[in-house]
Design a protein around this ligand. Structure first.
Ligand code: AHR
Length: 671
């Protein structure tokens, strides 16, 4: 397959001709050199595509998907729509001082001053896993400004929009009659956008308050205020504010989900990354602590990316997100290994049990021990969990191989159909342990990733398949520039070509809240109310149809082939079939490209054919909030849709031709 595949094209014909000339004692070297000089002088390239079915191959349906990590506030303050930051009210104070009091209540703060209000934390919660509550004592009868209280600014401001409803849930307690107000105000408290009063007798025992605030105005950086003008003590615990319009009511920020849906992901790998490992094992993601009622989730400090997560986006929600995206879930669990410590293989058994329980939670019957917990959360149907990864980037760490085998054997025995993914790279030499797939991560500079398009040509075709679960240009990439994305697209073309052994691939990292760009670049950048795709995001939209498509051999001839990469696929939507030819020109020359398609078993419908180009004036160009569409794919009608096409390849570009085929020929699905 690929460029080395058998295909009788122009070059082969030239070679045969040359051989004949050689027999006649005439030198062919002159004519080949002349051809090359001609190509160079003319800045030309020839791409031959053999579209006949006998040399075509099906690309795995799973090829392109997503890797979601809780990094850069991707989840907390990101796709998870919770607006209150630190809703448990113990924040990083928990990490610093355990469950000691007083603790840091950041980013909660007070309205009033020390003479009018005293706020502290106490071990007074009604929730056993979450024992800290906030105690607010109002010291004044005629308080300054009328009322005092506490406020939460959310994650760098809450996006509150006129006409929209926001659901406030909190638990309160007081020995006295309560009269207070819940309001949404602009960031400095100046503009009141929504407010409602809460009046209650008899809250000596904890009371759950649920109410809706409807915004009368818009402020992108709002805050939630809980105020009173009445002297006395109120305890607060577990305060949540959710927009009512989340995706399918599942708690996900709609615009961000739509950006993911536009990539048509085939799988969702979650929840990390290093987030799975933790810097210390005690701070690793724990699925068991992330399920059940949100008030009972203790949350945890992600000590690799250094922020608190309330685990509102927990194991169940990740499975739900995968389902909502129509993507296969890929659950990465901790292998008993963090960045700085490791559980010995002789005592790894409880971790293995924990992993088995997590699988039962996802796909056990609603009557099973853990499946029943899932059912009680509203999902009696099983989640189709078919892939698990044992750890993240742990292959060379102490105890990995021993721990891995314990996990592998137990999962293989209990769930023979589950595909088990190892952290060890088998691309250059065979693995020394059993696995269905192995993880491959690559972060590098544009030139290196461009050249890595050929990486898997030499990989053994027997044994486990490759999962390129993290790839990106992260050197000389700015905040995600055109050049980086072009190198990535060449790499993806290489993955298409080698998709007989590469089964899955996902970019990293997926999301960044602009206020916490710890890992850069990223595919999608957002703040409380805006979002845009970097060129790396847009590149992925041009590859989304490759999953499950059919790939054809291509051959490129050009003196600039060192800066070109190309592939050809046949893909189908619900109604039509297309031959898509993609060419990356990472160099700075304009090239006249001729595409010669042989073996096409259908005519081309010019009207429905199109050409899509992603480029910009400068390879370092990026998108931004102020210019989100600077580097995006632009679609045009195809100028010359015939079996041989001539087009101009602009410098630093990805060009994609979609030739609409006017009859199906052989269906892609039949392959
Ligand atoms: O994608 C960011 C990080 O890069 C991941 O957490 C880790 O797996 C890799 O080192």
């Amino acid at each position: 397959m690929g460029r080395s595949g058998s295909m009788m094209g122009t070059k082969d014909a030239a070679t045969v001709l040359c051989s004949l000339l050689l027999l006649l004692s005439l030198s062919c070297e002159y004519s080949q050199a002349a051809e090359s000089d001609y190509l160079q002088a003319q800045n030309t390239a020839l791409l031959e595509v053999d579209a006949s079915w006998k040399v075509a191959r099906k690309i795995p349906q799973t090829l392109f998907g997503l890797f979601f990590e809780e990094i850069n506030h991707a989840g907390a303050g990101g796709i998870w729509a919770e607006l209150v930051s630190n809703r448990e009210i113990y924040s990083i104070g928990f990490e610093a001082g355990g469950q000691n009091t007083p603790s840091n209540i950041d980013p909660w703060s007070i309205i009033g001053d020390e003479s009018s209000i005293y706020v502290t934390t106490e071990r007074a919660s009604r929730f056993s896993k979450n024992i800290i509550a906030l105690r607010m004592e109002v010291l004044c009868d005629h308080c300054p400004g009328g009322s005092v209280g506490i406020y939460n600014p959310g994650f760098w401001g809450m996006n509150i929009e006129e006409g929209k409803a926001y659901n406030l849930v909190m638990h309160i307690r007081s020995l006295e009659h309560v009269e207070m107000t819940a309001s949404l105000t602009c960031y400095d408290g100046s503009q009141n956008i929504a407010s409602t009063s809460i009046v209650h007798d008899g809250v000596q025992e904890w009371l759950k308050i649920e109410l809706q605030l409807v915004a009368q105005g818009t402020c992108r950086t709002s805050r939630l205020e809980l105020t009173t003008s009445k002297r006395g003590v109120i305890w607060f615990d577990q305060v949540s504010l959710m927009p009512s319009g989340t995706y399918k009511g599942h708690g996900f920020r709609k615009e961000l989900v739509h950006m993911l849906l536009d990539l048509r992901p085939q799988f969702l790998r979650f929840p990390g990354g290093c987030f799975v490992e933790g810097n210390q094992t005690k701070n690793a993601f724990r699925w068991r602590e992330s399920i059940g009622p949100w008030e009972e989730r203790p949350g945890h400090y992600g000590d690799v990316w250094k922020y608190w997560t309330d685990d509102g986006l927990g194991y169940y929600e990740f499975l739900q997100l995968a389902e909502d995206l129509g993507a296969a879930p890929i659950w990465v669990f901790n292998a008993g290994i963090s960045h700085t410590d490791a559980v010995d293989t002789s005592v790894i058994a409880p971790f293995v049990r924990d992993a088995l329980d997590s699988i039962e939670f996802a796909r056990g019957s609603a009557k099973s021990t853990w499946g029943s917990v899932r059912a009680s959360m509203g999902h009696p149907e099983r989640f189709p969990l078919k892939y698990v990864t044992v750890g993240n980037e742990d292959c060379d760490k102490i105890n990995y191989k021993g721990n891995y085998l314990k996990f592998y054997n137990a999962i293989r025995e209990a769930y023979p159909d589950i595909q088990i993914i190892s952290n060890c790279d088998g691309s250059s030499r065979p693995l020394d342990h059993p696995a269905d797939l192995y993880d491959f991560h690559v972060y590098t500079n544009p030139n290196d990733l461009f050249l890595s398009k050929d990486k898997f040509r030499r990989t053994s075709r027997s044994g486990p398949k490759v999962f390129v679960s993290e790839y990106a240009v992260n050197v000389d990439a700015g905040n995600g520039n055109l050049l980086a994305s072009l190198a990535e697209s060449a790499f993806l073309i290489g993955l298409e070509e080698n998709s007989d052994v590469v089964q899955m691939a996902s970019y990293a990292s997926l999301f960044a809240n602009d206020n916490d760009r710890n890992w850069n670049p990223d595919a999608i950048v957002f703040n409380s109310w805006q979002q845009y795709g970097t060129p790396s995001y847009w590149i992925q939209t041009i590859f989304r149809e490759s999953s499950g498509a059919v790939i054809h051999p291509v051959r490129l001839s050009s003196s600039y082939s060192g800066s070109l990469a190309a592939s050809a696929i046949t893909w189908q939507d619900n109604e039509h079939t297309f031959l898509r030819v993609k060419i990356v020109n990472i160099g700075s020359n304009t090239l006249n490209l001729t595409i010669d398609v042989a073996g096409l078993q259908a005519g081309v419908d010019r009207k429905r054919s199109a050409i899509t180009v992603l480029t910009s004036n400068n390879p370092s160009d990026e998108n931004s909030f102020s210019d989100p569409n600077k580097v995006v794919p632009v679609k045009k009608d195809l100028p010359n849709a015939a079996e041989e096409m001539q087009v101009s390849l602009v410098p630093h570009s990805l060009t994609s031709f979609d030739l609409a085929l006017d009859q199906y020929g052989k269906l892609v699905a039949d392959m």
